[in-house]
Design a protein around this ligand. Structure first.
Ligand code: HMG
Length: 436
């Protein structure tokens, strides 16, 4: 009997910028009680892009780390899609830079998908369907974003930057991270909850309204999923529930809201359920911040690394929300591959900077985006690619050696810009899964 091919995330890897600022220091600098960011939002550290780091270097960096473990598959990659809302050009896709930097075959289909934080999920669903028709080919799906809100705005503590690259193919008989179900529930509705006009570097957001839109979409996409699956399918069958994580406590709000929709209204019971099925996935998001399209997949990476010993056959639900809006609710089943990306170590290797340096780094990164000039001194990132600037409207990327754990010394400023700082010394490295 012929069995239907199943699409799977075979493996994944992550890239983050070299620097982060703590929410404690950010709160103090903004005159806010740190508890608001810690207990109120669930945020502890926020990744910051500096000069030389952008969505392309992060996307290519995650893909490079992943392909280092699968060099024999490089020639079989027939689809490379980047889901991002931080694209660096109105026409030229982030994915074509990645294609060149990680040396993918010229026979590859290459493009970018944008729908706020939902883009990578659209890419993943498409890649899954594509892979099911091609047993001998693989897709590279990369979720990558740099989240920027105005300084001093309520969105500022929910920034971040990073990328998650996923290798997608048929499950067949190989070890996989997750086998994806081919049923999914969706919900689309035009709303102005969060958006970024072409003339703005930072997003505009109606914060509280965006939370309402997220929660409304969750119920609608979830109900659409269970309508298709029939009454026998139930949230109770899920071992873990993953959510899009603009800030970690949004995942808690979402889960409690969904449980209440299902009739579980006792706060104690709902919070115990959250502790059991959701909280374990949030530790990396607490340390990286919102990485828009990649946030859901960072939660997946965090959960997989943490639960690696018991991952096989675990049932996982995933909810993806993109402002604007489109959302999708789907399920997946844990496979037998073991994670090899060492996410906790990767995060521990970053360098903490103070708030003044975070501001200087992000100002400088933005100046590089907006000015036509090549920079000889950029920071050495955690991936082997660096954005050195724009000449005659063309972006230039270079290979570099990956930085080790010593503090970075110099941030060079474009002539006359007056930004030149020594970065703070290497922070004491954290050692837990950040279970706050
Ligand atoms: P805000 O006005 O700064 O904060 O906005 P708040 O006053 O609502 O407080 C936040 C929480 O902290 C509250 O808890 C307070 O009670 C608590 P809650 O009632 O929500 O449970 N709090 C404290 N707790 C302990 N000690 C204290 C204290 N003070 C207050 N001292 C908001 C918060 C999230 C709206 C803001 O940060 C924001 O606008 N963020 C950006 C938008 C966002 O993340 N929206 C999420 C849904 S939309 C989405 O996910 C899509 C998105 O990722 C974009 C895309 O799709 O591309 C954003």
């Amino acid at each position: 009997m012929l069995t239907k091919p199943e699409g799977a995330i075979l493996d994944l890897d992550i890239a983050v910028p070299r620097h982060y600022v703590t929410h404690e220091n950010l709160a103090i600098a903004r005159g806010v009680e740190p508890e608001k960011y810690h207990a109120g939002l669930g945020c502890w550290e926020m990744s910051v892009c500096g000069p030389g780091e952008d969505v392309v270097t992060l996307a290519a960096g995650a893909a490079w780390r992943l392909l280092q473990r699968h060099p024999h598959l490089r020639e079989k990659i027939g689809l490379c899609v980047v889901g991002t809302e931080s694209g660096v050009d109105g026409a030229k896709p982030t994915a074509i830079y990645v294609h060149q930097l990680v040396n993918l075959p010229s026979t590859c289909r290459v493009f970018e998908i944008k729908h706020a934080c939902y883009g990578a999920t659209a890419a993943l669903q498409m890649a899954q369907a594509w892979a099911c028709m091609r047993p001998d080919r693989y897709a590279l799906v990369i979720a990558a974003d740099v989240a920027r809100y105005k300084r001093y705005s309520s969105g500022e503590p929910t920034q971040g930057a990073g990328a998650v690259a996923m290798l997608v193919g048929q499950a067949q008989d190989q070890p996989v991270c997750l086998t994806l179900s081919d049923v999914s529930g969706t919900h689309a509705e035009e709303v102005y909850d969060f958006w970024r006009p072409n003339y703005q570097a930072a997003a505009l957001v109606k914060g509280k309204f965006s939370v309402e839109c997220y929660l409304k979409s969750l119920l609608a996409a979830h109900d659409d999923f269970y309508r298709q699956m029939g009454k026998s399918a139930s949230l109770d069958a899920m071992d873990y529930a993953l959510y899009h994580v603009p800030f970690p406590h949004m995942a808690r709000k979402a889960h409690v809201h969904l449980l209440s929709h299902k009739g579980i209204v006792q706060e104690e019971e709902a919070l115990a359920d959250y502790q059991r099925r959701v909280k374990l996935s949030l530790w990396a998001n607490r340390r990286v911040g919102n990485i828009y399209s990649a946030s859901l997949y960072l939660a997946l990476a965090g959960l997989w690394e943490r639960e690696a010993d018991t991952w096989s056959k675990k049932q996982v639900s995933l909810f993806s929300y993109g402002s604007g809006s489109c959302s999708e609710y789907f399920t997946a089943c844990g496979g037998t591959r073991r994670p090899a990306f060492h996410l906790k170590t990767l995060l521990d290797q970053r360098v903490e900077v103070d708030v003044a340096t975070y501001e200087a780094l992000s100002d400088h990164a933005l100046l590089m985006e907006q000015n036509d000039s090549i920079h000889s001194e950029t920071i050495r990132g955690m991936v082997p690619f660096v954005f050195v600037g724009i000449r005659d409207h063309e972006r230039t990327y270079e290979q570099q050696t990956v930085a080790e754990k010593e503090p970075v010394t110099v941030v060079a400023a474009p002539a006359g810009m007056g930004i030149h700082r020594e970065l703070a010394p290497l922070a004491a490295l954290g050692s837990s899964f950040c279970d706050r």
